[in-house]
Design a protein around this ligand. Structure first.
Ligand SMILES: *[C@@H]1O[C@H](CO)[C@@H](O)[C@H](O)[C@H]1NC(C)=O
Ligand SMILES: *[C@@H]1O[C@H](CO)[C@@H](O)[C@H](O)[C@H]1NC(C)=O
Ligand SMILES: *[C@@H]1O[C@H](CO)[C@@H](O)[C@H](O)[C@H]1NC(C)=O
Ligand SMILES: *[C@@H]1O[C@H](CO)[C@@H](O)[C@H](O)[C@H]1NC(C)=O
Ligand SMILES: *[C@@H]1O[C@H](CO)[C@@H](O)[C@H](O)[C@H]1NC(C)=O
Length: 460
């Protein structure tokens, strides 16, 4: 019976899509998010959910996605193609009760990178009240979305072909949808999953690796609005996972909380989304390395992925983010440095100094310079009891495009070491995929005066 219904629906869609739909597109207004206000919310039902469908055939005009394929007023459902993967975008808390500004960009980025169905969940109505009350709604929203997915599977979609993308609180909505499907959904991507009220929650109640075949999270504000613990198979931490380059420091943000400067407050939090958008855009690779912590990562102790993963994970749409390890790891933290603006990609460069023993502590600044103007500075505090130093820096371009290296003897004059003899200064790419040997300079004596500059003759 059900099968017949599907066949009938399919037939109906096939027959009518070309005729009716093309007319309807012109006649019907494009569907969009509803706006809401706190006052409206206090009066009525707590949760209202609608779904907007975007495909390559109607990329610029969303249609309200009806779950009832026999409803003739809802013919736009016809653009849904169950042979294609489906991306379900789930927003989070909406303080202002309006449409998230990034939704269109994310939907378009998916449509450009793959031929997919994009379903945008609009639950603004239940998401625009005091945060703690909104949190009470998230499971109800998840139950609604699970009904939608059940419907998609009756159309012929497989659970594995479904990819839920949740932003902030939306990540936990996605997680609970995954729980309802006992982890059989294909993939969940949590973009800075919400922290407040979730950090100490039971894994059942928040995003966790059991929620889908592959669960990944990108953390960018884990000390404030984001969750600080790993919640996926893979957890990408952008920089330290807390403070993002180009965003006001969080301390400043906590002062700004008393002022309506919302954009500043959520700059770190939204960075996960913007970096994900950049990854979908594909202009450069956002490659991360597994490490137990940020300090370890910066100190050059995590330079390869092979032993752990087979290959390094990348933010984006590669299967399992590009790792070949089986079974998948759980709660594996991976780190990457970013630049302050789109496309955010930084090449990880390991800077290694070997210094002759010093009589006094000193400070030096190493600057990597590329002809395109990119400069990356890194300070080193040199101690009397240590002769080798390592640090990982993020440079906007690869090792091959570093043209010179500048070293300055800095630090306060009263403790500045007169001369520092460097046995070697080496820079290398991590992970070293292409097997390029480090660029090194040897036996340099750097005095207090002018900075020392070395031009590499690049061979790679
Ligand atoms: C929601 O508000 C925005 C900005 O005021 C407006 O442009 C948009 O048309 C509104 N949407 C609906 C569905 O009323
Ligand atoms: C959106 O607004 C329309 C018209 O006011 C209403 O009928 C519908 O229920 C609203 N949908 C949601 C999800 O709030
Ligand atoms: C078809 O959809 C419209 C709009 O959602 C609704 O008002 C109507 O009751 C539906 N008709 C049927 C037969 O379900
Ligand atoms: C649905 O997608 C499949 C796979 O790309 C394609 O072969 C088929 O033609 C599509 N169907 C429609 C109705 O566009
Ligand atoms: C996407 O890439 C193009 C060029 O490749 C660039 O102009 C655009 O700004 C990028 N968009 C984002 C969101 O990174």
């Amino acid at each position: 019976m059900a099968w017949k219904l599907i066949q009938f629906c399919t037939l109906l869609l096939l027959c009518t899509s070309s005729v009716i739909v093309s007319k309807e597109v012109h006649r019907t207004k494009c569907a969009d998010f509803n706006n809401t206000t706190w006052r409206e919310y206090k009066q009525g039902t707590k949760v209202r959910v609608q779904y907007l469908l975007l495909t390559r055939q109607n990329a610029n005009c969303a249609s309200l996605f009806s779950q009832d394929c026999l409803n003739h007023t809802q013919q736009h459902t016809a653009f849904f193609n169950s042979s294609l993967p489906t991306k379900v975008i789930i927003h989070g808390y909406r303080a202002m009760g309006n449409k998230p500004s990034w939704v269109n960009a994310l939907a378009q980025a998916f449509l450009q990178s793959e031929d997919v169905n994009v379903l945008v969940v609009d639950w603004v109505f239940g998401a625009s009240f005091a945060y703690n009350l909104v949190v009470e709604n998230y499971k109800e929203v998840a139950v609604r979305i699970s009904h939608l997915i059940n419907q998609l599977t009756t159309y012929g979609s497989t659970q594995e072909s479904i990819h839920l993308i949740g932003v902030s609180l939306g990540a936990h909505v996605a997680g609970f949808v995954g729980t309802l499907f006992e982890g059989k959904i294909g993939r969940i991507t949590g973009l800075d999953p919400a922290g407040p009220m979730f950090k100490n929650a039971d894994p059942y109640d928040r995003l966790d690796p059991a929620d889908a075949i592959f669960v990944e999270a990108i953390h960018s504000d884990s000390d404030y609005f984001g969750i600080s613990i790993p919640v996926g198979h893979l957890d990408f931490f952008l920089n330290d996972g807390m403070d993002q380059k180009g965003c006001a420091r969080s301390r400043l943000a906590s002062i700004l909380i008393y002022f309506p400067v919302y954009g500043y407050m959520i700059c770190d939090h939204m960075r996960a989304l913007h970096v994900y958008l950049s990854a979908l855009n594909g202009s450069c690779a956002l490659t991360a390395l597994p490490c137990s912590g940020y300090e370890e990562f910066l100190s050059g102790r995590c330079t390869t992925c092979e032993e752990t993963f087979g290959s390094c994970p990348q933010i984006g749409l590669l299967k399992n983010s590009g790792i070949t390890m089986s079974p998948l790891p759980k709660h594996q933290k991976v780190y990457l440095l970013t630049t302050s603006e789109a496309p955010y990609c930084a090449q990880h460069i390991l800077v290694e100094l070997k210094v002759s023993p010093l009589r006094k502590s000193a400070e030096v600044q190493v600057t990597l310079i590329s002809l395109n103007g990119a400069e990356t500075e890194q300070k080193f505090s040199l101690q009397t009891d240590k002769t080798t130093y390592k640090k990982v820096v993020g440079h906007p371009v690869c090792l091959c495009k570093i043209d010179s290296i500048e070293v300055k003897n800095t630090g306060a004059w009263f403790y500045r070491q007169g001369h520092i003899l460097f046995e070697s200064i080496c820079i290398s790419e991590i992970p070293n995929k292409r097997g390029i040997s480090p660029l090194c300079v040897e036996n340099i004596n750097i005095g207090r005066g002018a900075p020392w500059l070395y031009d590499f003759v690049q061979v790679c």
